[in-house]
Design a protein around this ligand. Structure first.
Ligand SMILES: C[S@@+](CC[C@H](N)C(=O)[O-])C[C@H]1O[C@@H](n2cnc3c(N)ncnc32)[C@H](O)[C@@H]1O
Length: 816
């Protein structure tokens, strides 16, 4: 069999490299094993091509598909992101594909319990899906043996997977047709080849073109004909790939077809939406065409905006939570409104209030109202939320906030300003950095004693005033996750008692002027329900607004401690040979790159000494911190105090030792002193002289007796469950492969002239890669043999990393 005896991670890597090289197979999507996307983004993100199940061994195709269907159905992934063109399943021997469209009905089964474990093939739900889907699968599945059908498989991928387009679309309803229009203005309007001024004189507006677009039949992109009441109400219709003016008295004047300058952009735009709108909202949309006015939101210097996609998505979450008629049932107050961007797309102006700090912004909003924005002038006013008294608010709003019942129906909907006291450089959120203004207001003075360090930030000042002074309201706000997770916000968490009803996360760098790689959340809080946030699930979206996965957000106040505390609990005797120091960095992914092994003479920040007695905890620490790459989403995840099970997993420990010996962040360098980390003996690598230290190979041979002591109360495992004295360490297949690749590299180095026998991995890299004019080490070498050897080493280290990863969660270093 082609991929015999390898682990699932390696199988996925190999299948990705061998068959889907021209695509991106690195995207993670919930619990789906394997995904394929095109390499290139288009304007709206990427069409998913394949979601697949991977299995080690030789498996039954139907069984694999059923497991995949249960995985997808459980997470309802298709509700949140575009489904792929194909579902797939592969194992050691074969790969199978089925068009998504042929099985998608299964996800809409009535009364089906999706909440089962997909990998349990014995459940009655598993059997039921199997029975339902078997015939469809038989008819529609393409199965290829990697070896026997190599050519056919290549052709299938080239002709079908690569050229696939997706068929799932967002439905259009009464809450989202305005946000869709606002996007349409940005993307489709500019490609319509027409003189808008001429049309305006004849009272035809861009919204008429938008309506023409909305009311087409998606199948053949023709205006829908069957519903006369709708057709008669359209002033413009879409026909034969162009627009026609349909208003009776103007037909003669404008009889030419109005064409599109770029059809691809048009098609891409409408690919996301299912046209026409849902039947029950069609009349409403036609009747309320008055709501379709350009919002003319102006950006003033220094003001920051919530990007349109997140405005739209946040309103979708509000609709999901509060119901389809929420805009009639609830009052909405944006008390940090700027020029009113967040309110664009809302329909019921009688229920909306908007206030903001600067009168100039209020003036802009008033001007926008003159041009058709859906707001009432009397409800849009200047108000300094952190200083002003509520008695200054307009009467209708006062009557809401002074009435406990009405307050429950008030949604404070904001993207608050962000600034932290005393730190002008640090932009921590999505907005304007008004440093030094953050502690010169009344709200700060009033609440600083209650919420501790959190009071230094503007966004928490907004939250605490709303929470304390508009009791029982709903808060729908954007912010970082600090209020849920940061240790500085513990006091805040203990005072701000509310139920987190909804949360989605987006990459921070999609917001104006934010460069960092971290998540920004949209939160819906019900402050009437008093509870401490202990943790919860968030939906995660990529920069295009496509749903990626769910993520568990943890409040670390309830953990035993963080990983740094755990490593420091191991005692060492400083009289023993000091083989190095671990720069422990802080405890989160954000600081991953700080974690490195060095010698004593290098810098000493956050460092723990390493001797024979704490080698294993140290390499475990190093490996769990490095085997998973940091990204925007895990940026603030903290590594915590693990459970004790890692101690008896000897293979995990030697895997971690191997990983730490050959990882680039093992920064041991000759210039800082003795290298105690040489992983080979002189004989193994044909060294020209004896090494200054054979510590590591002696340690590996079991010649060095360890005495592990810790000031933690948990029990150190007995001799039987530890590495045995005088017995060599035992290494896994994956670790051995790393040693093998490393040995070739060391041998090649030692075969060169004039090398230093004690060289570390860093020194070897420096020898071959050299440095540039600025003194930085080059990333590549001209020596092809070296490049191949270091490439092999990195490849095998990646496989080892994949093996270590699940244990990081199993032993509780990271919480899932
Ligand atoms: C991040 S912007 C959000 C703007 C707009 N609502 C949006 O979502 O695009 C925050 C706004 O809050 C305003 N602001 C700052 N301090 C304020 C205060 N004390 N009271 C009211 N508004 C304030 C700023 O001027 C800015 O326009």
């Amino acid at each position: 069999m082609k991929y015999n005896k390898i682990r699932e991670e390696e199988l996925k890597n190999k299948v990705g490299a061998d068959w889907f090289k021209q695509f991106d197979t690195t995207e993670i999507l919930g619990n789906i094993d394997f995904t394929v996307f095109p390499q290139q983004d288009n304007l709206f993100g990427r069409t998913p091509l394949l979601w697949a199940e991977a299995k080690t061994g030789n498996f039954d195709v139907t069984t694999m598909f059923v497991q995949l269907i249960l995985t997808i159905g459980k997470a309802r992934t298709f509700d949140k992101t575009m489904p792929p063109a194909f579902l797939g399943a592969f194992d050691f021997k074969k790969i199978a594909f089925v068009p998504y469209i042929s099985i998608q009905d299964i996800f809409y089964l009535n009364d089906f319990n999706w909440n089962v474990t997909p990998s349990n093939h014995e459940t009655k739900e598993f059997q039921l899906i199997k029975k339902r889907i078997e015939a469809t699968l038989k008819q529609n599945t393409y199965v290829y043996d990697y070896e026997k059908d190599e050519k056919e498989l290549q052709a299938f991928i080239k002709n079908n997977v690569a050229k696939a387009t997706t068929t799932s679309k967002l439905k259009i309803d009464k809450n989202n047709f305005i946000p869709i229009y606002l996007r349409w203005l940005e993307i489709v309007k500019p490609i319509i080849d027409v003189n808008w001024d001429d049309l305006k004189k004849a009272n035809i507006l861009d919204s008429d073109f938008f309506l023409a677009d909305l009311f087409v039949d998606d199948k053949d992109t023709q205006q829908i004909e069957d519903d006369l009441s709708i057709r008669d109400n359209l002033f413009v219709v879409f026909q034969h790939e162009g627009y026609k003016i349909a208003k009776e008295n103007l037909k003669q004047m404008f009889d030419a077809t109005i064409t599109l300058k770029n059809k691809d952009t048009y098609l891409h735009f409408w690919k996301r939406y299912k046209r026409p709108p849902l039947k029950e909202f069609q009349d409403y949309i036609i009747e309320r065409r008055d709501l379709l006015v350009p919002q003319d939101i102006r950006e003033r210097k220094g003001a920051f905006f919530t990007p349109r996609i997140w405005v739209e998505l946040s309103q979708k979450y509000l609709t999901d939570y509060l119901g389809e008629n929420w805009q009639d049932d609830y009052y909405i107050w944006d008390c940090a409104a700027g020029t009113g961007n967040l309110l664009a797309g809302l329909t019921n102006k009688y229920n909306i209030f908007a206030s903001t700090l600067d009168q100039a912004d209020v003036n802009v909003m008033h001007e926008r109202i003159d041009h058709g924005a859906n707001l009432l002038k009397g409800n849009v006013f200047q108000f300094d939320f952190l200083n002003d008294d509520f008695s200054k608010l307009p009467d209708p709003l006062q009557s809401i906030i002074n009435n406990p019942e009405k307050r429950k129906n008030l949604v404070i909907y904001i993207n608050p300003p962000y600034a932290e006291a005393g730190n002008t450089k640090q932009r921590t959120g999505t907005g304007e950095n008004k440093a030094n203004t953050s502690i010169t207001n009344k709200t700060y003075e009033k609440y600083k004693g209650k919420i501790g360090k959190a009071s230094n930030e503007l966004f928490t000042q907004f939250l605490i005033r709303i929470y304390s002074e508009i009791e029982g309201c709903k808060i729908a706000n954007f912010s970082t996750l600090k209020n849920l997770q940061s240790s500085n916000f513990k006091d805040f968490r203990n005072v701000f008692l509310a139920r987190l009803e909804k949360l989605f996360l987006t990459p921070a760098d999609t917001f104006d002027n934010v460069k960092g790689q971290f998540p920004i959340g949209f939160f819906i809080w019900d402050t009437y329900q008093k509870e401490i946030f202990k943790g919860g699930l968030a939906d995660v979206y990529d920069k295009f607004g496509n749903f990626k996965c769910e993520k568990n957000i943890i409040n670390y106040d309830y953990e035993k401690g963080l990983i740094g505390k755990w490593l420091s609990s191991f005692k060492i005797n400083k009289n023993e040979i000091l083989i190095g120091m671990m720069n422990t960095g802080r405890n989160d992914f954000q600081n991953q790159n700080l974690v490195h092994i060095q010698q004593e003479t290098a810098d000493k920040g956050h460092s723990v000494y390493i001797t024979k007695d704490n080698i294993f905890p140290s390499v475990v620490f190093f490996s769990v911190r490095h085997c998973i790459n940091a990204n925007w989403l895990n940026d603030r995840d903290q590594f915590v105090y693990p459970n004790a099970n890692w101690q008896t997993d000897l293979e995990f420990q030697t895997d971690c030792l191997t990983f730490s010996l050959f990882h680039n962040n093992n920064n041991t360098q000759l210039k800082f002193g003795t290298n105690h980390w040489i992983p080979f003996t002189e004989q193994e690598v044909n060294a020209q002289a004896k090494f200054a230290s054979n510590f590591m190979t002696n340690f590996i041979k079991g010649k060095i007796k360890q005495e592990v002591t810790t000031n933690d109360l948990f029990v150190i495992p007995t001799q039987e469950k530890s590495h045995k004295v005088n017995q060599p360490l035992v290494f896994s297949e994956e670790a051995t492969a790393v040693f093998d690749a490393g040995r070739e590299l060391w041998k090649y180095y030692h075969a060169q002239n004039g090398v230093n026998v004690n060289a570390s991995l860093y020194d070897i890299r420096e020898y071959f890669q050299g440095r540039n004019d600025k003194g930085r080490m080059n990333s590549k070498s001209d020596d092809a043999t070296y490049m191949e050897l270091i490439g092999n080493l990195r490849e095998s280290l990646k496989i080892l990393a994949d093996k270590i990863k699940p244990k990081v969660y199993e032993y509780g270093f990271l919480k899932e």
